[in-house]
Structure formats: structure tokens, C-alpha cells
Design a protein around this ligand. Structure first.
Ligand code: TXA
Ligand code: MG
Length: 317
């Protein structure tokens, strides 16, 4: 079995596997990550191979704490304010990489910036503490597919490609981290995610800039319109109900009754909907249905990130 309960022994074993250049999947509070020693180019290359990533997108480097982050990157006052407010947690900061930082160029895709995050999940924290260095980890799913929020999702998608899957149960947030960068010095929302834009803006005391839709492959504005987070089934967004032969992914108390499908949050709680999003898409997809009809979700708070993932899941492929 690749899946093991994430107890102390398993975490120690995982840290040792990372040191030997192996891949280890582990839970974070957002989604499960496919981890490799960020300093080991061959290990990081194995991450891209395992996911079948068509291009070498830069990866997030996970670190134990702010002090470790400062050894890899330069945090100005604004960046430090955000780090102190949201770390450990679901915020990723894209920062100027320190020259000579012990991180493979494959992690940063050769850019002079690096994406850093200090996760809050106790298993992720214990693994980082044991391992000592930075762990490069994209979401632990085959490229383009749904992000894993349970160890079983990882097993199904990548089970034969990882040395170990640390099982820490279902992730609590269920959406990837929010990514903030500093394009032209201005704090910019590069990816909507598990921390709503408004929470970050409250701490900053200013609005987050939005990057211009990416011209070509600009890595600073990752995958804006690309098909991503996609189940096998087609998605029909903004549906009022399911047509015959469709399954409904609904939201809120006014969802149509007696229609086959699931409700992300019958009470209309966006946090609950975010936590259920990928797991419910996994479940509906496994029924083999051709189309999942998704009702409208308000574009406020976490709704921004939920709608971003749904639009990408529905994008032409
Ligand atoms: O919640 C998360 O963020 C999860 C967990 C495992 O931490 N990780 C995750 O990683 O979603 P991944 O690889 O699926 O997404 C990383 C994103 C990509 O969109 C990538 O383009 C962006 O981060 N990124 C990484 N480094 C960057 C950089 N130097 N500049 C701009 N974007 C960067
Ligand atoms: Mg991903």
C-alpha cells in the first residue's frame, strides 16, 4: 500500500524518502501536494513526469516558517505584512528569489521569482520540520485533472508514481492557496484561492491589482483560460436545473429538489462549498455521467475562487 496514516513514523519515513529524491504526497489545508526536495533537480523533474505536465510551470516551494522563507526570497514590508498575517496558511507569495538560494531552477522555471508558502496543516508542518528544507509541491493530481482533497484521490490518479501517500483525511479548505505577486511592485492577485481577496485587501489597506489576461505563456499570470481542474464529464455552468441525463451540482437552499446530483452547501455557505467542490466533482464524475450541470454561485468572498475553478473546468479542451 502506498497510502499510510500520517503518524510520526510515517512522517519520518516520508522525510527520509524526500531526502533520497523520492516523491511523497502529503495533505495540506488546501489540497494534497505531490512533494519533492526543492533543492534536488532530478526529484523535481520526477514531479513533472509523474503529473504529465506538458510544460515546466513553476511550482510552489513549501517551507516550515517565515525564517526559512527569508533564506530563499526577499520579503519587502508589504510581503512581510502578508506573511505575518496569513502564515501558516493558504497564502502563496511570489517573491524575488535570493541569488544562490538552494532551490532547483526547475522549481522556479528559471524565473528570478519564487512562489513560497508556509502551510498550516499539522502533517505538512511536521513533514517540513522533519525534512528541514523546502518541499516543492504542486497539487497531487495528473496534469489538468481535479485537485485531490483526499488521500484516495491521490492514489487513484498517481498511486503508482509516488513512494508514499501520507493520509491526513479530507482537507479542510478544499481549494488551492491564493497567490499574490508583486508585479511592478503592486500587490497583485495571481490566483484566486482559499483566502478571499477581501481578507487580503483588509490587511493591506488597498485593493489587489488584477493581472492583465496572460499574453501567451506569461508565468506571472498562471493558466488564466486554460482547461484545468477538469473532470472527465463536461460542465454546463449557470444551469437552473439538470436536463435528463445530466447530474446537478447545486448551491444553496433554493436548489431544485428531486434532481439527481449533489448540493455543495444546502445552507449557502461558500466555505462549505469550497471544501466540497473537488470531492463532489470527483463523485459526480465517477457516476460516468456525460454532463454535470452547475447552478450559479455568487461571485463574492470564496465564490471568486470557486467560480474560477469551475470556469477552468468548463474551458474547451
Ligand atoms: O494550495 C496550493 O497552492 C497547492 C498546495 C499543494 O500547496 N499547490 C498548488 O500548486 O496548487 P500548483 O503547482 O498546482 O500551482 C502553483 C501555481 C501555478 O499556477 C504556477 O504558475 C504558480 O503557482 N507559480 C509558481 N511559481 C511562480 C512564479 N515564480 N511566478 C508566478 N507564478 C508562479
Ligand atoms: Mg494544480
Amino acid at each position: 500500500m502506498t497510502i499510510v496514516p500520517a503518524d510520526d513514523d510515517a512522517i519520518a519515513r516520508a522525510a527520509e524518502l524526500l531526502r533520497r529524491g523520492q516523491l511523497v504526497a502529503f495533505p495540506t489545508e488546501t489540497v494534497y501536494g505531490l512533494g519533492a526536495d526543492a533543492a534536488n533537480g532530478r526529484a523535481v523533474a520526477a514531479v513533472f513526469a509523474a503529473k504529465g505536465r506538458p510544460r515546466f510551470n513553476p511550482l510552489i516551494a513549501h517551507v516550515a516558517d517565515l525564517a526559512t522563507a527569508e533564506r530563499l526570497a526577499v520579503l519587502d514590508t508589504t510581503a512581510r505584512t502578508l506573511a505575518e498575517a496569513f502564515w501558516p496558511g493558504a497564502l502563496t507569495l511570489v517573491l524575488a528569489k535570493r541569488p544562490g538560494a538552494p532551490v532547483s531552477d526547475l522549481v522556479t522555471a528559471g524565473l528570478d521569482t519564487i512562489a513560497l508558502r508556509v502551510p498550516s496543516h499539522p502533517v505538512a508542518r511536521a513533514l517540513l520540520a522533519r525534512f528541514g528544507g523546502a518541499i516543492a509541491a504542486p497539487s497531487a493530481n495528473p496534469s489538468g485533472g481535479l485537485s485531490p482533497t483526499e488521500a484516495e484521490h491521490v492514489e487513484k490518479g498517481l498511486g503508482d508514481k509516488v513512494a508514499l501517500i501520507l493520509d491526513g483525511g479530507a482537507t479542510t479548505l478544499g481549494l488551492e492557496s491564493t497567490i499574490v505577486g508583486f508585479l511592478d511592485g503592486r500587490p497583485t492577485l495571481l490566483r484566486a484561492g482559499a483566502i478571499p481577496r477581501t481578507e487580503i485587501e483588509r490587511v493591506l489597506g488597498e485593493r489587489l491589482a488584477t493581472p492583465a489576461p496572460s499574453a501567451g505563456d506569461t508565468p506571472s499570470a498562471p493558466g488564466q483560460l486554460e482547461s484545468h481542474y477538469a473532470p472527465r464529464a463536461r460542465l454546463r455552468l449557470g444551469a437552473l436545473s439538470a436536463e435528463p441525463g445530466e447530474m446537478l451540482l447545486a448551491f444553496g437552499p433554493n436548489a431544485p429538489k428531486g434532481v439527481p446530483g449533489l448540493n455543495l452547501s444546502p445552507t449557502g455557505d461558500l466555505g462549505e462549498a469550497a471544501a466540497n467542490l473537488f470531492a463532489y466533482l470527483h463523485i459526480l464524475d465517477e457516476t460516468g455521467v456525460a454532463t454535470i450541470a452547475v447552478t450559479a454561485i455568487p461571485e463574492e468572498g470564496l465564490g471568486e475562487a470557486i467560480n474560477d475553478r469551475l470556469r477552468r473546468a468548463a474551458a474547451p479542451r
